[in-house]
Write a protein of this length. Structure first.
Lengths: 414, 414, 414, 414
């Protein structure tokens, strides 16, 4: 009997899949649960898989791999999807895919399986990541296959018939996904973009109105783009992120309400919470403003958008991404220093930046004594800077009486 | 005697210039004061110019021209410099240049003059704008010329000798510029980027800690990208911005602390306040997320960066800008609708968006009944979407044993 | 009986479709043949459609629409796919789609049909264009449906059974498509990228070795980006392109051998001939070098790539394209003038450019007497231009002993 | 007496500088002549420097450094300025600057000097490169200083007075610069862009009309982006380029006539010859089309433009360049294989490409038997690909009666 490794979350869909896949495909299911900081009781999930009928159930702590190989590279890249979403779920999928493939190889499985629907981005991230890492492995996506045939009611009926535990409590009206880097929430009343997200949509952050009246200050140290300490205490990445999620969340920081373009051609309203991600991106950007040149910042802003799209669109394991990461690594050589952040009632404000490699040079910037900027240089600079524009005006626009950018004609008064 | 039209602010530098230019250049000075919402007493400025010795003194109310021809086009473009600065001063300079030229033509002047130093961006904006609008006009910049010869002390001495009023009160330690679209503050203790800006640096906004505990909500209506009403009341642009500056400022919204790349090759720390600009950009972006396609958003994000740099760098009157504005105009055809914004203790949060042209389609996005999205399409989509990446992995990376993006090798377990 | 409008070329596939669609879909077929300069006998194609069984057969001369609304806009945009392909077929598809929709509306048809396969780009261009112009119309693609079931042999058998004429002569080994703007050729031996295309692959051009030993010169006049005259003779677009195809083709100009990325995720080897397109793009670019500023050229180069991809990828009727076209139109205001081109044995060389709006200013460029360039300006310009780089070297690289770009260390000798 | 290291070409300007610098600056001149393949008699240049009065004269063979550290990196990057100029001179300047600095360090000099004028790009490249490598070194540019004071006639007079040899023969009317990677020619009749460059402007290539009637074929092998062999013979870079310059030049390949945007704000007409560069770039691009994915090609095309501008604009030693080079290096991992090029009467045509890492997969591309492409996938792909455009048409354009891209309205016939 062929084997399939199933990414198992413990929820209803993948629980049903443990039964359904053997029926449909005649394969033996190995349940793989990857801990990316999802806050579930992993041992009971493992036991549930076996109870339902998995041939084997494995739990892997992926938190450190997640931070080292996915989260921090994305932070260094400045990868924020459409200027809003720090990509928590999108970063988790390639790692789970990688561990599915790794487990499939170790177990001699012929296929892997995941619980994504046919409408979201996650199916793409799983399918494409597996295709890149192991083009020979079959990918099974039961929920996508059920689209036509198995409604929610039928699924529950199927579960009851097969002795699969069905959650008795009224389910949340939202669809939620959680890992260390963020929490996402969609569906329910959020599907109306005119409606303000209700407090029930949030799970990690207090409402800004209920946050403390006094700000918290935290100093974050970076070493070549990677956060390594909080308030002088060196911390591993997992701990650092966990603490910041807690601290910033208490101050109402990290709520993101986003009308988002999915890869599959539709817009979707998503509510995210990412206290650590929001704080770290803000701090990292502030440090880059100090340590990257103007040209580097413009190039990197463009690259950041490319990488955010790459990650969102399931193309983590592409050569294009690999090339752009080489670029990003090079930019981070001098992104070392400390950033002081103020957390207050939903605001995350950078209030101090310092770096041994600062390109801000007070002796050039100051209006005070000590100014070493050469003021005589400006005249020549401006002359050549404006020369093309002056030539163009002289030769093209003014002779044609063209009015500059919809202003009333200058020459009428001439 | 040749005439020169001087952009006159009423401050010490341009007051001294009224005396100094005739001495140095033998020209008659016409003082032009343009009101862009700077909150000064314009009539007394006009009188001061005449008292000091201007041959003529003119005050022009430029507020509506400023909003219609500079501020709202920049808003539609999404022009925010380096992701932070809404470009208030930068947008005012080309309009003042335009009015200098217009006045020079009307008065038969041979030159125009401005009070910018040799180290900032404003000199570039004035010089280049005038070069584009009237390549034959000479531009005189007294403060830039003084760089070597006239220190602050000498300037005051010169003023006293010539009967030019010198402010008796201790000056603010900051250098400040104000118009309708924002207030900028630099120099003094702000020159140390590790120091949090003191409250004295701010003039338009209350500190978030002292803002009301309860949020204010405001609904902004847009018509093809232009804000036209607040809470259902149609307002002209000047009034709308003035009200929003007031309202959002009361809630601590609009403070921006920015380490900025100047055109002249240095980094500089700037503190801005722009309550209306911050609120309107946030609302406009939210409406664009709803009414522009994914592809349009990506193209426009790139254009927005180009336009922000163009405006910042003094190239408002360039053909390149004109072309990009034609692009922006086209994008705004359906950016019509209303946006509900919540103002709370420094936070400006969009909490509702609605448009008759919304590309968000609940029947495609919903996870509820009524879903009309074709789930069967995804499989084919993903197959072709991932095909290039799969081919590349199969042909290039996997045969070479290349490890995907620094993860431990997959195949070791294979 | 519902009606379907079929894009009918007269070839075997669409001839079979005239019979097959009624069988399969129970619809009445209206054959629409659009003349984009394909050099076929259109009247006999029309008769063939009726003979086979079309309920109606329509021929439309689309050449002028093609040139005015598709070819010249693409020329003004500088749209060349992957730096090689002037997009002849890709430009024709949206026009045929438009005429299919127009005819469907006029005839009250419920569907349109086309003969594209399931592997190429054309199916996307047809399907997506129709979806944009008439989202309610069904699109039928018989050849794509046949993929599994109907092999070439079965198709011929089906044709013979149904009295559909099958070409008796040995078919060309290549798959060929032709319109005014170019000829494409693929398949057969071309599928081996190590093989030089044989002469039989070409139909419009003489081999450079057999072209005349003496060059031909032609002067092309442009009016705001549109070619309007050859050697002083004003010509309509269709005639101008036809003449240039003939003239440049006689000199071996316009052969393009391209390994191309298709939208559907594969690479494909294509051989194109486009004598007029190659000549006109070269001339247009040369005129733009003279009449656009440096900044405009960089912006437009980026836009040109976006538009080329948009056209290739079937997104002609997108809002994104519409916005970018507004940009392009603005850029062409001063692209007026004449360009002298030399055609010689496969070479198309611009040897002279002239424009009343030329930004090339001899008095600024000359090394001769008459130089009006201000040489003293350069020093100040360079000082500020190089300042960021100097600061970065001083602060970051040199103190770290970083060697600039893999050169042997400078300081070792210091 | 302080020392200055002068980049000495042996021409009149730098010969005069050997005398003039000590007079003006009281410094001792060390003449440094760098051989980048300029075809001059270097020993006699060295002797001339000493004769005129240099304290020391050094000749350095920089050809291999030039190829390894400047030319091949630019080739891998695809760096071609404004789509035309392979950057020969622009690539040589940072190396000469580097060697000036290296020599200055070795000799304990306080300054370096170069012979560039105040109007070209080269002054920027020298000044900025030195500022980056050795911010403390003074840069002297005698010809730029002479701008006002020393005309050509005065310079010759000065030379004669100081015993500096003045070329007796009538000078070429052109200004020429040569290194291994190309030859540039400007000024004289070339300053009229309507004039075809006369044959005297060319020095390395035969006119296409006089090239052999029969083509030459050459097969170029690349190893990770670097050309390593011609027709199976492994060659060092200098020899390979030299041979290709010779071979391609004999076939009239490599002539470039370019109206170019200089950094200093003017347009300039330049005639280049670069037989090897043109051939190698064509071959390298063809190999990249085979070995890079569609996404990689688009990203790299953008990077290539950035790098070309960086090199042209004198920013070789910038951190921005360093970052982008890291990107380029990553892209070249699989750019290995061979390219067959046909040289014929000015044409350089790629006629065959082969790579062990080819992403062109015949089993996916073929229309013949053996097709493994999944034709059924296309339908789902197109559905989602076109969905955003369909939604936008349905919601925005069609309801407003908007006509798609200036075509006559579809619905009029509906």
């Amino acid at each position: 009997m062929d084997k399939v490794v199933l990414a198992y979350s413990g929820g209803l869909d993948t629980s049903v899949a443990i039964k359904w896949i053997p029926e449909k495909y005649g394969m033996e299911v190995i349940a793989l649960t990857v801990d990316l900081g999802s806050e579930h009781d992993l041992e009971s999930i493992r036991e549930k898989a076996l109870t339902i009928g998995a041939a084997k159930a494995i739990v892997v702590d992926g938190k450190q791999m997640f931070v080292d190989h996915f989260v921090f590279p994305a932070l260094k890249a400045g990868a924020i999807y459409e200027g809003a979403y720090p990509l928590a779920t999108a970063l988790g999928r390639p790692l789970i895919s990688y561990l599915l493939v790794k487990t499939a190889r170790a177990e001699g499985a012929k296929a892997v399986a995941h619980g994504s629907t046919g409408k979201g981005n996650d199916q793409v991230r799983f399918d494409v990541s597996v295709a890149a890492l192991a083009p020979d492995l079959k990918v099974i996506a039961p929920v996508r296959e059920w689209a036509a045939e198995m409604t929610r009611d039928k699924e529950i009926e199927y579960a009851q018939q097969h002795g699969i535990p069905v959650p008795v409590t009224a389910e949340t009206p939202f669809s939620i996904d959680v890992n260390l880097w963020g929490r996402s929430c969609e569906a329910g009343v959020l599907e109306d973009p005119w409606t303000e997200p209700p407090e029930e949509a949030y799970g990690w952050t207090v409402p800004p109105t209920q946050a403390p009246d006094e700000p918290a200050y935290v100093t974050i140290e970076f070493d070549r783009g990677i956060p390594v300490a909080l308030d002088g205490e060196r911390l591993d990445g997992v701990t650092l992120i966990t603490r910041l999620n807690d601290l910033a969340g208490q101050h109402g920081v990290g709520r993101i309400d986003h009308l988002e373009n999915r890869l599959v051609g539709i817009k979707s309203r998503e509510v995210y919470e990412a206290p650590a991600a929001v704080t770290l991106h803000a701090a990292h950007q502030a440090l880059e403003k100090m340590t990257l040149s103007k040209d580097q910042m413009r190039t990197k802003a463009w690259v950041a958008q490319q990488i955010a799209d790459i990650i969102y669109n399931g193309l983590w394991f592409s050569a294009n991404h690999q090339d752009l990461r080489a670029y990003v690594e090079s930019t981070q050589r001098y992104v070392t220093g400390k950033v002081r952040v103020k957390l207050l009632k939903g605001n995350c404000t950078v209030v101090g930046v310092d770096s041994p490699h600062s390109l801000y040079q007070k002796h050039l910037a100051t209006y005070d004594t000590g100014d070493q900027f050469d003021h005589t240089a400006a005249l020549g600079f401006i002359k050549l800077w404006g020369l093309p524009l002056q030539t163009q005006a002289r030769v093209q626009m003014l002779p044609q009486g063209e009015e500059p950018l919809s202003l009333p004609s200058v020459k009428a008064d001439g």
